[in-house]
Write a protein of this length. Structure first.
Length: 270
């Protein structure tokens, strides 16, 4: 479930930031976006497995995936994807018109992201643009439109965060990726990975500070941003990019980063 959390948390930040000062975030909207995150992360996985079934057969970690292993047919996966997207559409139709259009606009990113590893060494950037769409959508679902001075820096912070955690994730597969000819930021950065991750983390923290200033956040919020910075610094400092099990552990720990920030936003509002 790590990927579902990482898709959901930027939505929760945005919903919490849009709450009235002194109030709690809208729990019904948080629940609705939770369902949406499960469905859309699932749909993204299905699309990814459909594009990558030939690659997945050649990688030990992914060879048992249903399409790669031949347990289901491509037609069956299309039917399953149709079901996932239909249910996700039902969730989207519960929102206002602005949010419906904004949410539908993300579908092109969901479909094209899995192709990026064939084209560019920066597929993690495209994943960041896709995975953090909720940072825009959560606010518009509450307010009826985006306040760009808040939503854009929040979205940028999420994109930078994705570049951190998914570069760490990509180091698990770098040997297989070289063998089968796909690209990633892990292969682009190599031994300079920690320097790049530090830069992305700094950009994330600065963007979060801009977000907070533009919506009049208070001390608990900035305390949470500092805690996020400390967590990321510890991740990067202790990371061993040549140990897949350590990369997975650091990747999965980013759920804590997102929950820390959400807690800071809620307390800051109160």
């Amino acid at each position: 479930p790590a990927g579902t959390w990482l898709l959901y948390l930027p939505c929760s930040w945005s919903i919490a930031l849009a709450a009235e000062p002194g109030g709690l975030p809208d729990w019904q909207m948080l629940s609705l976006f939770g369902v949406g995150a499960v469905l859309m992360r699932g749909a993204g996985c299905t699309v990814n497995d459909m594009w990558d079934r030939d690659f997945d057969r050649k990688v030990a970690r992914t060879a048992s995936r249903p399409l790669a292993a031949g347990d289901i047919s491509t037609f069956q996966s299309f039917v399953f994807l149709g079901g996932q997207l239909s249910l996700a559409l039902c969730v989207l139709l519960c929102l206002n018109y602005y949010s419906i259009i904004l949410g539908a606009a993300s579908l092109s990113l969901v479909v094209t992201y899995p192709l990026m590893k064939r084209i560019t060494y920066w597929p993690q950037l495209v994943l960041g643009l896709t995975f953090n769409w909720g940072a825009l959508l959560g606010w518009s679902a509450i307010k009826g439109s985006c306040e760009w001075s808040v939503c854009l820096p929040l979205y940028l912070s999420g994109v930078m965060w994705t570049l951190v955690y998914d570069t760490i994730y990509a180091h698990q597969d770098k040997r297989d990726d070289i063998m089968i000819g796909v690209k990633s930021t892990a292969l682009q950065f190599q031994e300079d990975t920690k320097l790049w991750l530090s830069g992305f983390s700094l950009a994330m923290l600065l963007s979060l500070c801009v977000t907070g200033m533009n919506c009049n956040q208070t001390f608990p919020y900035y305390s949470a941003v500092a805690a996020v910075g400390a967590h990321l610094a510890h991740q990067i400092y202790t990371l061993d990019i040549d140990k897949p099990e350590d990369c997975w552990k650091k990747f999965a720990s980013n759920r804590t980063v997102g929950i820390l920030l959400f807690t800071g936003i809620v307390l800051g509002n109160l």
